[in-house]
Design a protein around this ligand. Structure first.
Ligand SMILES: Nc1ncnc2c1ncn2[C@@H]1O[C@H](COP(=O)(O)OP(=O)(O)OP(=O)(O)O)[C@@H](O)[C@H]1O
Length: 324
């Protein structure tokens, strides 16, 4: 981190949340309550996943954060400044990729970026080529820079969009569904890029309807359902809320179930070759010893890690069904 600039001291310091909303609400003209009293807090330096099924209000929130639409009520602050009022001060420090990059197919990747850079009145034309070259390098498109954008794969187009958001140094990147529509290879590339950007100190806020994506790239997450915030916090803590399951693999399932119940394990479930239950507060090895002492042939014993998906189900009582 560089020295604290005057602008940062003015907004209260680098540790303040990069995005902060209070009771942020959007009701569309048709009456649809898309975002309902949202309190969001995105810590500086985080890769923050904004997670929710389609229609849960993610894009509407992002549009309010970026000052593209007015909230019906409530407040949003970006980098310490109120939005949309401070949009002119704040937005130059925010790179955004919302609803796919706007690209000219008949121009090369490089020419798209040159054009984009030229549209920025604060960008010095003398350093334009160097800036564009650096952005292309950043997203791994140097070799393909001369190709027409229409010949790019979806993943390359998305990377070019990211490059356009990276022409200027940014404190925050806002990415709406950055891997949507990409094949697995394209997804991997974008995720790797997000990790690299975050390692450089940029706060990244990305929306996604993919739980495993959030688990793979994000340090923090907020979960939305039907316009409301279900939960937010560090990903590790969210997953920990849904405790894992104790799983014993054995041919002696009924005896194992009896012993586990005797030992105070709750919610014991027997399947063909496994017995599972809520993990005990005490040392699991003691349970294992009790099983063995009762003659249970233990072939596998462990506590399965809870995933964010388990946490989501535990928190909402619903499955994370994106089609629903
Ligand atoms: N311009 C609009 N006018 C009226 N209703 C809208 C408008 N835009 C979105 N909505 C509605 O608001 C709700 C939230 O939509 P939003 O696009 O914010 O969700 P999302 O989580 O981003 O989902 P998706 O990933 O499908 O975009 C949905 O019910 C949607 O139909």
């Amino acid at each position: 981190m560089g020295p604290v600039s005057a602008a940062e001291t003015e907004v209260g310091g680098v540790d303040d949340p990069v995005i902060h909303t209070r009771a942020l609400t959007k009701r569309y003209r048709g009456g649809q309550l898309a975002v309902d009293a949202l309190d969001l807090s995105v810590p500086a330096g985080s890769v923050f996943g904004f997670l929710g099924p389609n229609g849960s209000g993610k894009t509407t929130t992002i549009r309010m954060l970026m000052g593209l639409i007015e909230p019906t009520s409530g407040a949003a602050r970006l980098l310490g400044h109120p939005m949309p009022r401070a949009a002119r001060t704040v937005l130059p420090q925010v790179g955004a990729l919302i609803e796919g990059p706007a690209l000219y197919g008949f121009l090369s990747g490089r020419d798209n970026l040159l054009r984009y850079d030229a549209a920025d009145p604060t960008a010095d034309p003398r350093t334009r080529r160097a800036r564009v070259a650096a952005a292309l390098q950043r997203v791994g498109l140097t070799a393909a820079a001369g190709k027409k954008a229409r010949a790019y794969s979806l993943g390359m187009k998305q990377r070019l969009g990211l490059a356009s958001a990276l022409l200027q140094p940014r404190r925050l990147l806002v990415l709406d569904e950055p891997t949507n529509g990409l094949d697995p290879q394209g997804m991997r590339e974008i995720r790797a890029l997000i990790r690299e950007l975050a390692a450089d100190g940029t706060t990244v806020f990305l929306s996604s309807h993919l739980l495993d994506e959030i688990e793979q790239v994000c340090s923090h997450a907020a979960v939305m359902a039907q316009g409301r915030l279900v939960v937010q916090g560090p990903v590790a803590e969210l997953a920990a809320r849904a405790r894992g399951r104790l799983v014993v693999t054995t041919p002696d399932t009924s005896e194992a179930a009896r012993v586990l119940k005797e030992q105070g394990v709750a919610d014991v479930v027997v399947t063909e070759e496994q017995v599972s239950g809520e993990p005990p507060e005490r040392e699991p090895a003691e349970l294992n010893a009790a099983l063995v002492a009762s003659g249970v042939r233990v072939r596998g014993f462990g506590v399965e890690r809870a995933s964010l998906e388990d946490a989501f189900v535990a928190l909402t009582g619903e499955g994370f069904d994106v089609a629903g």
